[in-house]
Design a protein around this ligand. Sequence first.
Ligand code: FAD
Length: 393
Amino acid sequence: MYHDQSWLEWPFLAPHHRALARDLEGWCAAHLPKAHPQDTDSACKELVRKLGAAGWLRYAVGGLAWGGASDAIDTRAICLLRETLARHSGLADFAFAMQGLGSGAITLHGTPAQKKQYLTRVAAGEAIAAFALSEPNSGSDVAAMQCAARAEGDDYILDGEKTWISNGGIADFYVVFARTGEAHGSRGLSAFIVDAATPGLEIAERIPVIAPHPLARLRFTGCRVPAAQRLGEPGLGFRIAMQTLDIFRTSVAAAALGFARRALAEALVRATTRRMFDQLLSDFQITQVKLANMATGIDSAALLTYRAAWLRDQGHKVTREAAMAKMQATETAQQVIDAAVQVWGGLGVVSGHPVERLYREIRALRIYEGATEVQQLIIARQTLDAFRGEAGR
Ligand SMILES: Cc1cc2nc3c(=O)[nH]c(=O)nc-3n(C[C@H](O)[C@H](O)[C@H](O)COP(=O)(O)OP(=O)(O)OC[C@H]3O[C@@H](n4cnc5c(N)ncnc54)[C@H](O)[C@@H]3O)c2cc1C
């Protein structure tokens, strides 16, 4: 399969990133199945176990003392991992990504005891993590959250619902955001680690989606959680969620990039072998325009993605850059994959064909971790703020 690696020489990456990308490429080719079983619960559990045993999940957590590959989260490594895994298997990328997203708040704000208990097992693939922010009436509008956590003695009592929770049903623990009421809106939220077996937490519904992976609605009914399970200070939940998303939004862009690269590779195979009208499909200039747009879209998304990752690794705030990367990479990947389906003709819509699979897999990336419209608002707000700040308005 065609795999352009010239971008690995870009200045955003350090030598250890290049080595990581090459090692992972070999591992994926040798160890990832071409197709996963229908039962995505067991497929995901097996992928987490495999990724943990091979050491790749060490990159999903921060802190050498807790099993991480480095002390600070290496955003570029996470992006390389997601891009490469996504190119080979959407489900493997999902399994890796959720270990990171589900434990990111613990890496950023956990106490040493919390890190020891959770991060070490996440990094080893021995515990499955999940991130529970969204609710039926609070998706894009996070501040509208209703799930409540009421302090009672040394505990909090959680009541409410969370929905669209990836790994819901197979996770060992959930990082749950709930309203603790220190202030109105986004300033009155806190984050908690809730073990899956905690009484009062139930899986209310499993949700089937077009690119199947474990997904559920959770219900909390008088769910008692010790205050020692709270992450960070009360009232800082929104900030904790956004800091976690600042890392993983950029990695959603990387996953989209992996899907798009795979789609281009598949399109090239077909265009250069399919004969029609006495020539190859790739001989037509109309096809060449498609291929040129696909290749250029991929490079522009890659530049934005690794710029955001590099800036974050240098200690910069990347709200704007991560939003640009996520928007551009996911929207571009959708177009690239659609073009690949077109190149494959009828075969492109046959169930299980790689481009058909990519067509289903890319869709949700334009919605979760902030829909494209939310990214547009973030970018516009940051741009207006910069303009007003400079002009002293
Ligand atoms: C496959 C999948 C996995 C997910 N995994 C998780 C998870 O693990 N944990 C978790 O907490 N959540 C998860 N989510 C939830 C996801 O983050 C939400 O779906 C997302 O935030 C959008 O919320 P919503 O679905 O309620 O849509 P809504 O908030 O109702 O938005 C609907 C649409 O409105 C548009 N829109 C939004 N804001 C604006 C605006 N300001 N102006 C104009 N248009 C706008 C967008 O097009 C958006 O798609 C997942 C979702 C999916 C689909």
